[in-house]
Design a protein around this ligand. Structure first.
Ligand code: 0O2
Length: 235
C-alpha cells in the first residue's frame, strides 16, 4: 500500500469509527424499524433477481444444452459498510438518503463460465420489461488499476407489497470463475492489515500480473469452447 492509500485508509477508519460511535448509534436506535423494512425490501428484490438468473440458466440448458452460470451469490451490504459509504459520499445519514444514494445495498454476483456469457446474460436481463438500467460499469473492457475485472450493473426492479409497489436498486456483478478467483484473493490482501508496505506493494504488482494471466486464460478457454461448438455443429 502506498502512502496515499495508507492515509486514505486511516481517514476511512477514523470516519467509520466516528460515525459508528455517535451518529450511527443514534440513527439506528431512532430508525431501526424503518431500516429493517428497507433491508427486507432489498432482500425481496434480490430474490426476484436471483430467480431471473435461475430461469435463464434453465432455459439455456434446455435450448443450448449448456449452463452459462456456474453459481449465484447474493448479499445485503453490512450496516457498517453502508455507513462508511454515507460518510464517504458526504450525504445525510437518513433512511431516505441511504435508499437514494447507496446503490449497492442489494448485491447479486453471477459467476459465469465464459466472458461471452456475461454479456449475453446482462443483455437478456436488461431486456426484461420490469428491469430498468440505472448504471453500468464495465471493468472487463476497462479493468481497474488493481487489475479487477467484472461487469457491474445497477438495475431498478419493482417489488409488489401488500398495498404498494416499490422500485428497488440491485447491483449485479458478473464475473467469470477466473475473475472471481482473482478478486477473492485480492480482496483478502486489501483487507489484510499490518503487512509491511513494501511487501504489500510487491504483492499488488504480482496480483496485477495474475489478473492479466487469468484474463488471457479466459480468452483462451473461450476460443477452445468455440472450436468445440463449431466442430460439434458440423457433425
Ligand atoms: P462490499 O459491501 O464489501 O461488497 P465506490 O467506488 O465504492 O464509491 P462503487 O460504485 O460501489 O462506489 O464502486 P465499484 O468499484 O464500482 O464497486 C465496488 C464493488 O466492486 C466492491 O464492493 C467489490 O465487490 C468490487 N470491487 C471493486 N474494485 C475492486 C478491486 O479492486 N478488487 C476487488 N477484489 N473487488 C473490487 P465493496 O465496496 O468492497 O463493498
Amino acid at each position: 500500500m502506498n502512502i496515499i492509500d495508507y492515509i486514505k485508509e486511516k481517514q476511512r477508519e477514523i470516519l467509520v469509527g466516528r460515525l459508528t460511535s455517535d451518529n450511527f448509534q443514534n440513527f439506528l436506535s431512532e430508525n431501526s424499524e424503518e431500516m429493517t423494512s428497507l433491508l427486507t425490501y432489498y432482500k425481496c428484490a434480490l430474490m426476484k433477481v436471483e430467480t431471473k438468473f435461475k430461469i435463464l440458466n434453465e432455459e439455456f440448458s434446455l435450448v443450448h444444452d449448456r449452463n452459462p452460470i456456474e453459481s449465484i451469490k447474493t448479499r445485503i451490504k453490512k450496516m457498517d459498510s453502508i455507513v462508511e459509504k454515507v460518510g464517504r459520499y458526504g450525504v445525510p445519514l437518513t433512511v431516505d438518503s441511504i435508499e437514494k444514494n447507496i446503490k449497492d445495498i442489494a448485491g447479486c454476483r453471477v459467476i459465469c463460465s465464459f466472458p461471452e456469457d456475461i454479456y449475453t446474460l446482462a443483455n437478456c436481463v436488461l431486456d426484461h420489461d420490469d428491469v430498468t438500467l440505472v448504471e453500468i460499469k464495465d471493468y472487463i473492457k476497462t479493468p481497474k488499476e488493481s487489475g479487477y475485472r467484472s461487469l457491474h450493473l445497477i438495475i431498478s426492479i419493482p417489488i409488489f407489497l401488500e398495498s404498494q409497489r416499490k422500485d428497488m436498486k440491485v447491483e449485479i456483478q458478473f464475473r467469470t470463475i477466473a475473475m472471481d478467483f482473482w478478486a477473492s484473493l485480492e480482496h483478502k490482501l486489501r483487507y489484510k492489515k499490518g503487512l509491511p508496505p513494501k511487501l504489500n506493494e510487491k504483492l499488488s504488482k504480482e496480483l496485477l500480473e495474475c489478473a492479466q494471466i487469468s484474463s488471457d486464460l479466459d480468452a483462451r478457454m473461450e476460443r477452445i469452447r468455440n472450436q468445440i461448438m463449431q466442430a460439434s455443429n458440423k457433425q
